[in-house]
Each structure stands twice: as structure tokens, then as C-alpha cells.
Design a protein around this ligand. Structure first.
Ligand code: NAP
Length: 296
């Protein structure tokens, strides 16, 4: 019988993602115990060397580190509540998606049972798990992350974000906002150029160059946001507003959807009405850092 070590790991939840995670752990040589509500999903992993636990309790008992990847936090509570008394002294790592408050609440629940909690968010699809392309965000106690880093490194490129358990979920949604912001802006341009017979492939190198140039502004603008000072040494909000009007009118004239540029302009108009028209673009953080009065 193989003796147990700190690198032993239990994986609970063998859906598409959990199966990929377990496969990567086995591939990296970790003694991996698995459990899934529908046990048949473990068959292939067992042929690869996984140990199939006959109950959630046995799965938790099997390893010092228990990684979970079920659908959501409600499912996780259903799975773990009956075996909560077995968590003491272990490390629970939840990789299911959720929000920052769920992560912090899960941390409190876990710590009340004498266990340590890391919360994670997977920025990847199952086929990339186990490769550098799979980015896994983790937050919680740094010493716990460091102690078990070999387990996380087996899953992909791990990024430790800090002690606050909510950080993984917050970076996750912030990343999605960045992604959809870029994609929607690109699609607006594709639609505009298509009215002149320019296809998406022809327009895209220009779009990519502009996106890269804009990304280059972010570090300086982040400095402005962190300092709370917005010197208008490049372009003022008033100047941006003029360009936005141009984008809205061109879109409308060509029969292209103008909702997105109208949203840009609405935010800028509110900042100008608040007396910010002479400041630089990131002063708009004041519009983003609060709920919109009519959005609730
Ligand atoms: P999935 O294929 O639908 O698998 C869901 C898993 O949760 C299954 O193991 C299922 O067990 C289990 N489960 C659900 N409700 C349960 C309950 N009440 N009790 C016990 N087990 C329960 O989903 P997935 O793609 O693996 O995703 C899992 C998590 O990873 C989600 O939070 C998802 O957002 C996140 N994620 C997924 C991806 C992706 O590309 N797939 C990417 C990033 C993050 P059964 O097999 O018995 O139904």
C-alpha cells in the first residue's frame, strides 16, 4: 500500500472540468482520489490510476487537500455539509465559479470547521487544463497556497492574488468585462466597415493595432485613478464627447446599431454635467464606481 503524502489530493466533482483537473493531477504524479455524484463518470480516470472513493466522506478522508469542482456553491454545500466534521485540518480548494461574497462566505464556513480555504477561478476550457494556457486564479492564505503549489501548478498557470478570498471571483468577472469590452468594440467597427464592403479580416489588423495602443495607456491611467487626479495632458472628456457624437451619428446614418456608442456618450455626458469635462478620460471611474441611479 502506498503511504500518504502532502501531495495527495482529492477531487470532488467529475463534470467536464473536474475530469480534466483530475487527469492533470494524475498526469503530474499526484495520488488522486476522486468522487462524483454519478460514479460512472470516474471510470476512465480509474483506468488512469485514480482511486475512486465510495462516499464523499471517504473522499475527504483520503487526502490533506480536497479540490472541488461541482456546478456552483449551492451544490458544493449540498455535497460538503453532511461531511463537514471531516474537514478539520484539511485544505479545501473550491474551483467552481461564483461571486466574491459566496467565496468569502465559503471561507467563513470552512474556517469554522477547522479547515483552511482557498478560492479559485478557472480562466480556461477543459482541453487546456494541465498546460500553461490554462490560467487558474487563487486567493486565500498565502502560506497554504505556497505549501501546496505543486498541486496547483499541475493544473495550469496559477496566479496567486492575495489573502482576501473574494479576489479570484472579482478578477474573474473583471477579466470577462475586459474581454467583452474589446469584443463589442471590435464588432462595432466590423459593422461600420462592412457598409463600405470591407470584410472583417481586412479590418481586423487595424483594430488589433488600435487595441494594443489603447492597452499601452492603461498603466498611466491606472496611476491617475489610484492618485485621484486626472490631468488633461492628452485629451479632455469634452474632446472625447465630440468624437463619440461623430461615432453615433455615423452609425445611425449607415444603419448600424448605435447602442454601444450611446452608452459611452451617456457616461461621458454625466461626467461633463458633473463638471469633469476638462479632465482626462479615467475620471469616468467615478461613473463606474457607483450604481447608475436608474439601473435598479
Ligand atoms: P458540468 O460538466 O456540468 O459538471 C457539473 C459537476 O457538478 C458534475 O460533477 C455534477 O455531478 C456536479 N454536481 C452538480 N450538482 C451537484 C449536486 N447537487 N451534488 C453533487 N454533485 C453535483 O460542469 P463543468 O463544466 O465541469 O463546470 C464545473 C464548474 O467549473 C462550474 O462552476 C463552471 O462554471 C466552472 N468552469 C467550467 C469551465 C468549462 O469550460 N467547462 C470553465 C471555467 C470554469 P454529476 O456528474 O453527478 O451530475
Amino acid at each position: 500500500m502506498t503511504s500518504r503524502t502532502d501531495s495527495d489530493v482529492t477531487l470532488i466533482g467529475l463534470g467536464l472540468m473536474g475530469t480534466a483537473l483530475a487527469g492533470a493531477l494524475l498526469g503530474a504524479g499526484h495520488r488522486t482520489t476522486v468522487w462524483n455524484r454519478t460514479a460512472a463518470k470516474a471510470e476512465e480516470l480509474v483506468t488512469q490510476g485514480a482511486l475512486l472513493a465510495d462516499s464523499v466522506g471517504s473522499a475527504v478522508n483520503a487526502s490533506p487537500v480536497v479540490v472541488t469542482c461541482v456546478s456552483d456553491y449551492a451544490s458544493l454545500q449540498q455535497v460538503l455539509t453532511p461531511v463537514a466534521d471531516r474537514l478539520g485540518g484539511r485544505v479545501l480548494v473550491n474551483l467552481a465559479s461564483g461571486d466574491s461574497e459566496q467565496a468569502r462566505e465559503m471561507a467563513r464556513w470552512t474556517e469554522d470547521r477547522g479547515a483552511t480555504y482557498l478560492d479559485g477561478a478557472i480562466m480556461a476550457v477543459p482541453p487546456t487544463i494541465g498546460t500553461a494556457a490554462a490560467v487558474i486564479l487563487l486567493s486565500g492564505p498565502e502560506t497554504t497556497f505556497t505549501m501546496h503549489q505543486s498541486i496547483f501548478d499541475a493544473l495550469g498557470t496559477t496566479a496567486y492574488l492575495g489573502e482576501d478570498h473574494g479576489l479570484s471571483a472579482l478578477y474573474d468577472v473583471a477579466g470577462l468585462s475586459m474581454m467583452w469590452g474589446v469584443l463589442n468594440a471590435w464588432l462595432q467597427g466590423v459593422a461600420l466597415l462592412s457598409t463600405a464592403g470591407v470584410d472583417a479580416a481586412s479590418y481586423t489588423p487595424f483594430a488589433a493595432q488600435l487595441a494594443q495602443e489603447t492597452v499601452g495607456w492603461l498603466a498611466g491611467y491606472a496611476d491617475q485613478v489610484d492618485r485621484g487626479t486626472y490631468p488633461s495632458d492628452d485629451a479632455t472628456l469634452n474632446t472625447h464627447a465630440g468624437g463619440m457624437t461623430h461615432l453615433i451619428e455615423e452609425s445611425e446614418r449607415l444603419g448600424v446599431n448605435a447602442e454601444l456608442p450611446r452608452l459611452f456618450k451617456a457616461l461621458v455626458d454625466r461626467a461633463i454635467a458633473a463638471g469633469q469635462g476638462g479632465r482626462s478620460y479615467p475620471v469616468l471611474i467615478e461613473q463606474f464606481a457607483q450604481p447608475h441611479a436608474t439601473s435598479r
